[in-house]
Design a protein. Structure first.
Lengths: 319, 525
């Protein structure tokens, strides 16, 4: 274990014909992303308090929480809650209230919840209170989207600058497909979409780009090395050659995220789940989506300098 | 590529050692005052505390300015005998509208109003635009420059006063910063329930001393006669009292206010002291109005309205009005700190109890340990000796991250801890790329040293490109994120930067030393 590697993720010199599945891969990806977009509108994302505004109170009950009892207690006090749910441990309860028109009303609502809980479940402790006004939440949402959008553009420009435009477009199209799936995942699992989720999606974005760059880098190198190899074969070779890298780098980030999902607590678990999902999607899209797009975009263009002399030579011998 | 000059070797090792030293302050207290002792701060989500985002009510700032302009116009026109039909502040248009009874006298009025315009500011732009409209009315519009400097001044002053008020409460290490144009962030470590602080911040605490108009009665329509306000008494269930609009002495003229008990009644009172201007004016007013009542008004509520028994010339006074110990104390704090230039509203509030913070630290630490072990085990099993080199570099990376964060006195949040963990996973990626490349080069039949050379040099571009894009994404997150999420962006961007050093420089040095010592025929990759 200490000197020689014990295991390999993939055997060396694989010759898996990934490009044969390229249409399939693109179709599956497009279907999943379309479904995600539909789910984005219906049923839609469950917006966290950062983006929806309102009040969230996290309380800890002395014993396992009795949710109907808490709901009844709030109803008896005419406090219009928007959700009483378990938050991780069975003693942790998350209570959501609608946004209040002003600060006094917010304070009153929080105090009433506090009093109602104290009366029905003595020993309940308020662990956390978040109150976000409507103007702030709109702004946070806008900033979150801006961060996502600008990141995408910067990645596009960077890859364009370092590679050819086909690579940049291929990467960004794939990233957009990845992001839409992550949003679909959020809609499906009803994980609350808040600022931390934007962080998760951006991390997936950065990480997924990593993965694409590894494959693209090899394609670029092979383009110089094998001047006459058809692009399809060349891309296939590149994917196979970098398979251990792609899988290995994904594995380490995956392994780092697993403990977060298990031990990180309820507030970070959603983040970790999105990360894990994003890693799986990002890795497979590097192989099945980003590379085929490159093939479609670059079939004639990336080989232009080498293809041209061949045509000329043919033309010269023709007469 | 694999040759390291002695200087370079020492520089790399020195950087690692320096990193280790910079981490030390996090483990112990400063031994003395002169050592630079910088540490990582725990975010509010980890140590418990409150975060308040306050908005300065800019409308109120503008309104106050316009109201004083209305006052100025009234006083400028009074001696001339120019009568007007309308004189009002139009807050939504940032202007004062004046309509003369005799439209022919517009030019005369303009001449009288000229002194109200001042260009006495750094830009030299007049703060008020004086314009005669076609319909014979005159408008005095605040210029954008004046509005801007007014707003900036109001925010600065609010910050100062909020700081003074909070300092009085004994909160340790409060952070009060401006955010954007008209917002103030208040961070209160260790305060799980910010109710009391919010009450202190939420009051404008504008105190005025005015005479009570004992003859005024409300008209049939319930309107107060001109120059008089009907203000509610603070303690008698909202009973209203007629108070003159004219402010005789302003709370700004107070120099001190202390809570105490009245020696005769034993009631809680607030004792105050005026500065010389305030003392003189208060003396004059009280002398002229013996046996009349005056009102002490705080934020449009009358706290008390005692009858003046004798001239009060010493500049000292006492406010009584059914106080409790804590309400008397709060009022004295507010009076000492001064009035806010405009009301503040809390638009975002997040408070976390210390217990939850401790839970989060534990959860973060366990995740971090477990993730570290998993990544290390993976590298050991899949990459052997070279994997262990990477693991050593990973450990150093962790130290360096902590060192730079200490140096920056950065804030560690729960998402920040997640960021550290993810960085660990991403940092070894560089080593995976390097090791795979070396393996490939060796397979192509290159001798060990050449394989190493090629491996490191060719992997570099890939590592750089892939890290650069991740770096860009997180810089964006830092720019647009807020609160704990910013902490996440900080740890990840830092981690990416330090990992470039550890996985590219440090592992290369380790591998080079190992190669020189053993001269293997075949690399164990």
């Amino acid at each position: 274990m200490f000197i020689k590697p014990r295991l390999r993720l993939a055997p060396d010199n694989t010759r898996i014909n990934f490009m044969r599945g390229r249409i399939m891969g693109l179709v599956v990806s497009a279907v999943l992303s379309s479904a995600s977009i539909i789910m984005f509108f219906y049923p839609g994302l469950k917006l966290g308090i950062d983006f929806s505004g309102g009040i969230v109170m996290q309380v800890r009950t002395p014993g396992p929480a009795d949710f109907s009892q808490i709901r009844n207690a709030l109803a008896a006090e005419h406090i219009p809650e928007q959700g009483v749910q378990r938050f991780g441990e069975e003693t942790e309860v998350l209570i959501r209230l609608a946004a209040q028109p002003n600060e006094q009303a917010t304070q009153q609502a929080v105090n009433r919840v506090r009093a109602a809980l104290e009366a029905t479940v003595p020993g309940t402790k308020v662990m956390r209170t978040d109150a976000v006004g409507a103007s702030v939440s709109a702004e946070l949402f806008q900033n979150g989207l801006l961060a996502l959008g600008i990141s995408l553009i910067m990645i596009l420009v960077y890859i364009w600058f370092r590679f050819e435009w086909q690579f940049a477009v291929g990467a960004v199209v794939t990233l957009v497909l990845d992001i839409t799936k992550a949003i679909g995942f959020l809609a499906l699992t009803r994980i609350e979409f808040d600022l931390v989720m934007v962080a998760a999606i951006l991390t997936v974005l950065g990480y997924s780009t990593n993965d694409k760059v590894v494959v693209y880098d090899r394609v670029r190198e092979n383009l110089r090395k094998y001047k006459t190899m058809p692009l399809r074969e060349l891309i296939e070779l590149s994917i196979n050659e970098t398979l251990n890298r792609t899988l290995g780098t994904s594995m380490t980030v995956f392994l780092a995220s697993v403990p977060l999902a298990i031990f990180g607590g309820a507030s970070i678990a959603g983040f970790a789940q999105v990360m894990l999902f994003g890693i799986v999607v990002g890795t497979s899209s590097s192989i099945f989506i980003a590379a085929p797009i490159l093939l479609f975009l670059g079939e004639s263009r990336l080989r232009r300098d080498t293809a041209a002399p061949v045509v000329k030579a043919a033309a010269a011998t023709d007469p | 590529m694999m040759y390291f000059s002695r200087l370079k070797t020492y520089a790399i090792l020195g950087a690692c050692l320096l990193g280790l030293l910079l981490c030390v302050p996090n483990l112990m207290r400063a031994p003395n005052g002169w050592l630079p002792w910088r540490t990582v701060h725990l975010g509010l989500d980890l140590q418990g505390g409150s975060y308040l985002l306050l908005e300065v009510d800019m409308k109120a700032v503008v309104k106050e300015r316009l109201d004083s302009m209305v006052d100025g116009v009234r006083q400028a026109l009074r001696p001339s005998g120019l009568f007007y039909q309308t004189l009002e502040a139009q807050t939504d248009q940032n202007r004062v509208l004046l309509r003369l009874r005799d439209p022919g006298k517009v030019t005369a009025a303009l001449g009288l109003l000229k002194p109200l315009v001042s260009s006495d500011n750094p830009t030299g732009v007049p703060d008020v635009q004086l314009l005669a409209q076609d319909d014979g009315s005159i408008t005095l519009t605040l210029s954008p420059v004046a509005l801007h400097s007014r707003a900036a001044g109001a925010v600065q002053q609010s910050i100062e006063i909020v700081r003074r008020r909070i300092d009085e409460t004994g909160v340790v290490d409060p952070q009060i910063l401006q955010q954007g144009e008209g917002r103030i962030v208040v961070q209160l470590p260790g305060i799980g329930d910010p109710n009391r602080i919010k009450q202190l911040i939420g009051k404008t605490a504008h105190m005025t001393f005015r005479l009570v108009d004992e003859t005024a009665t409300a008209s049939a329509s319930g309107l107060a006669p001109p120059g008089v306000d009907f203000l509610p008494m603070a303690d008698r269930g909202g009973e209203k009292i007629a108070v003159r609009k004219r402010i005789d002495v302003d709370g700004a003229d107070l120099t001190d206010a202390r809570a105490g008990t009245d020696s005769q009644t034993g009631e809680w009172v607030v004792n105050f002291t005026f500065n010389s201007t305030g003392a003189r004016r208060f003396g004059d007013i009280s002398k002229a109005n013996i046996n009349h009542r005056f009102a002490i008004v705080l934020d449009d509520k009358v706290i008390s309205a005692p009858v003046i028994r004798s001239a009060i010339t010493g500049g000292r006074g006492q406010i009584s009005g059914s106080f409790t110990a804590s309400s008397a104390n709060d009022l004295s704090v507010l009076l000492r700190a001064g009035a806010l230039p405009a009301p503040l509203t809390v638009i975002e509030e997040r408070s976390i109890g210390p217990e939850l913070g401790a839970d989060s630290i534990r959860a973060g630490a366990i995740s971090l340990a477990a993730g570290f072990i998993l990544v290390i085990a993976f590298m050991g099993v899949f990459y052997g000796l070279f994997g262990w080199f990477a693991n050593l570099a990973l450990l150093v990376n962790l130290v360096l991250m902590l060192a730079v964060m200490s140096l920056m006195e950065a804030t560690l949040s729960l998402p920040g801890m997640a960021g550290i963990l993810l960085t660990l996973g991403m940092a070894v990626d560089a080593n995976i790329l390097i090791n795979e490349r070396i393996r490939e080069e060796q397979k192509l039949g290159r001798p060990p040293l050449q394989a190493l050379e090629h491996g490191f040099s060719r992997a570099f571009h890939t590592i750089f490109d892939s890290n650069a894009t991740a770096f860009l994404a997180h810089v964006m997150l830092f720019a647009f994120g807020s609160g704990p999420v910013k902490g996440f962006a900080v740890t990840i961007t830092l981690g990416i930067a330090t990992s470039m050093f550890t996985s590219w420089m440090l592992t290369r040095l380790l591998v080079a030393r190992w190669y020189v010592a053993h001269k293997p025929k075949l690399l164990p990759v």
